[in-house]
Design a protein around this ligand. Sequence first.
Ligand code: NAP
Ligand code: HSE
Length: 461
Amino acid sequence: MAFLRCCDKILISGIISLMHGANKRGDTVSKEKINIGLLGLGTVGCGVCRILENNYDNIEQKTGLPLEITKVLVKDIVKDRDVELGPGVLTTDVNDIIDNPAIDIVVEVMGGTDTATCYVKKALSNGKSVVTANKDMMALYGKGLFEAAEANFADLLFEASVGGGIPIIRPLKQCLAANRIKQLIGIINGTTNYMLTKMTAEGIPFDQVLSEAQSKGYAEADPSSDIEGYDAARKLAILASIAFNSRVTLDDVYVEGITGISTTDIAYAEKLNYIVKLLGITKETPEGIEARVHPALIPTGHPLSAVKDVFNAVFVKGDAVGETMFYGQGAGEMPTASAVTADIMDAARNISKDVPGLIGCTCYKEKPVKEMGSVESKYFLRLRVLDRPGVLASITYIFGDKEVSLASVIQNQFEDNDTEAEIVMITHKVKERNLTEALEMIRHLSSVIDVCSLIRVEEDY
Ligand code: NAP
Ligand code: HSE
């Protein structure tokens, strides 16, 4: 409701901005400086202030104009701040920024979805360029925001929304623009990568490693967005839309987190020369775009297997460029502010040359998104079974019937239990639908105690 009420005001503010004489394409731009309005002064907002202050001269030389933070929106105006700002810069009234004719660029670093979207839409409607670090907003409302940016010849830049300080949005939109992107595979959530790294290197169980990630400030008190895969899914929706020039929404992304991953699976994976990672995977296939976030076994030689701790990386394969990988810190004050500030500089240059909005939305196609049942993958399976003759034969009979072919099988006896055994299998590539149908039948065999794990194996690179 708040979103709708706020949007009603956009028309009014658009009229106000015309009265104030907001820049339109073709106007002569003669400016002495670029005025920036920040929405938010938390972790990222403070980082942006620090970079703009520390690298002031360098930034001015690169953009051609000085950049000044003129107004900053906060919730609590009396709170102690980590950065020093001039008198009267802080405000609790958003209209001091988005309706202020002196502000050229609005930087949204407050987070959240509905209120932030409403403010950003209004700023764009007022002809201001917008820079944001907000993946939630871009994944949910990106289409409408791009339409507002295009209608008002404004820039909407969001490099920090995926991979924090890692350049990936601009490389996809510009540096790799000549390519047909074949696939993009990313480790795009630092918290889960930290957890899986610890589980692998030190054999620490999931719950303990989650508490550790929380005490280090990587995981939130409510860690569900990270460990259930939704943070990565929002980032993947953004990347897939750009990679394949077709809008992929959050609802289009298949999401599975790491809560089912155990140190037992990780140890088996290591024995088979694989490592477990939470991946965001998007590929273009004849049946449509694949967009999925789930844990996966990757070969120990895969470039992504070397990405450890909270680091992120995005592996992109283009038809001309071949393999590329973008690696770095996916979050944190200064890495994220680095990407935000570079976007501000880009927007400032475009304003000074009167070309804002030159590279807008690149989703000019409408491609179908492939449903998960049709996705083909190899699979790692761990089953607990009764240790008696014919068990493996009954399982492989069902697999054969469903066209699931096995690449390797390991049987492990338990030291303290000679009536049960553990079977670990890796399949050849098979349609997910066939595998799940086979597993449903296997689950009901009297000799099968439990299907403990099912993890996809990603070997395409
Ligand atoms: P944060 O530390 O929580 O800061 C949020 C700031 O926004 C605070 O200054 C807060 O004001 C202000 N704010 C929030 N809601 C407001 C409202 N309704 N009205 C006025 N002010 C409001 O957040 P952050 O970590 O900097 O993250 C900002 C954005 O960057 C988010 O979209 C996040 O997803 C994205 N991002 C963050 C990181 C990271 O490492 N932190 C990495 C990548 C992307 P008060 O200070 O008065 O409370
Ligand atoms: N929670 C995210 C991560 C950082 O762990 O990567 C912000 O996107």
